[in-house]
Ligand binder design. Sequence first.
Ligand code: 0RA
Length: 634
Amino acid sequence: MSEKQYSSKNIQVLEGLAAVRKRPGMYIGSTGLAGLHHLVYEVVDNSIDEAMAGFCKNVIVTIQKDNIIKVEDDGRGIPVDIHPKFKVSALEVVMTKLHAGGKFDNETYKISGGLHGVGVSVVNALSEWLNVTVFRDKKIYKQSYTRGVPNAPAKEDGKTDKNGTTVEFKPDFEIFEILEFKFETLSHRLRELAFLNRGIHISFIDERGTEKISDVYYYEGGIEMFISHMNAKKKMLHDKPIYISKAEDRIDIELAMQYVDTYTETTYTYCNNINTTEGGTHLVGFRTALTRVYNDFMKKLELDKKLKVTLMGEDTREGLVAVLSVKIPDPQFEGQTKTKLGNTDVKQFTERLVTEALTEYFSQNPKIIKAILDKIVRAAQAREAARKARDLARRKNALESDSLPGKLADCSEQNVDKTEIYLVEGDSAGGTAKEGRDRTFQAILPLRGKVLNVEKAKLEKIVSSDALKLIISALGCGIGTSFDIEKLRYGRVIIMADADVDGSHIRTLLLTFFFRYMRPLIDGGHIFIAAPPLYQIRIEKKKYYAYTDAERDKILEDYKDKKSTVSRYKGLGEMDAELLWDTTMDPEHRIMYQVLTEDAELAENMFTILMGDEVEPRRQFIEQNSMYVKNLDI
Ligand code: 0RA
């Protein structure tokens, strides 16, 4: 074949290569540093493909002087026979036809690196020059190219006992903005490839400096050693990484994982040696399997009922370090950076194989499953606690909102020092108080039913108690750590309940709440207890009110010559609005007790006695319920 005939056959090839040179970004992502390194990966991936097909053991990557790259392997060597369709050597087809790669017949490779699988022809098109040497069938073949175009057909050049391919190229300065390779970038990827392809021997040499640098990456343990490498300096929950490897049909799955004592997750996923940083179906399948397997073991070990936890995916990944590598025939890469695996069948496949293999592994290693469950159960509990705290914070916010409860009859006075709010036991007494009050400075908030005992309830329940919610929003100053006295809407908070045991109980419950959650109200002397009269004494046509037994006795003594009748008030409800005002709410005549905590420790102790579980001390205390209030004359 003459040189002329040869070139005429290559018009199609030239068009293809021209397209690559016109839009390099479409093929290698960029013409910057990443694109430059991509060239090396593309060639190396071809050698790794040979290794995955079982024909190659060694790869040597050299950065030579002038940033010329050489990639040598001991695979089968690129075929050199004349291709029936293109009528040139297969070698030339591989090196010049787009997407020819190793896949011009599908049986050649079981699997092939997908992302970089644009083909070595792209590297050729973007190189100032490229030389390829093939060692095959005892012979050496050579061909060289300039910017992708063959200088001449491939030709035999000596004899050999070796098999393999050597590709040497100089990236084109017309294409790339940067021509200087980074040792670290290449070594990172080559090491990764060595981990992902157990047993492969990758040498990396840098000849650019005065001193030659060389590294060897070889991991008989594969991704198991990848994990050990990552966890070398960490505290591990179990000595050895868990390793599983399964192959079925044309899919290979390898998983290595180990838990460490941190709370973050480090999972690297790969498909056909491509780091799928955007995840995809293999990752989803793996995570589903993990959650399922751990929850199954929780059931088997009867921990689910005992501990009352259901593990969520995120729990099972705290402290997890994992490498998942799948190899499949026809990978579909999706996503922003084409690093998300899309093949839908891979999800179920991964899920099933990982579930089976981990179930078997954990059944044989009970100590390891127990150590892991111990950690992830704590993660679940922490998650639950955090959720409750968040809910609580949200509900607290709702309580601190500006809207006032509808049941509140507010006063008109704006000066807080002059205002007061009556917390009134029961709707009917509340109604009477609303009628009898001086609406300029007195607000009324009726409370229905029993007030929650805060001593026995958690904060989350407290803020969902209706009566307490009403109080919190009416007072406007929040509770607990977010309490703000500046926001208090009334200078005096007056508890008004019946003078019987029930009323006493409500007073105590409210005081407990103020003491625990609005303590500054008590310390600042804002809390009062209204004292309705206990007795009405009629002496002829006149009425007298006694607030204590002693008072009653004194009145009876003073008028002992006259006819008198004594009646005892059973509740606030017995009084009409006018009477309630006169006896209990009118600052001129009423009696109130101011609640003080001069001795906070004593008070705290008393609240505990009062509200805790011990019944007897509580009863005694309630019977003498005015111990902690001091008579106050306004
Ligand atoms: C096409 C077909 C075969 C191997 C290769 C290409 C091949 C390409 C590269 C690139 C770098 N190293 C390589 N090694 C092999 C299959 C060969 C056969 O069937 O014998």
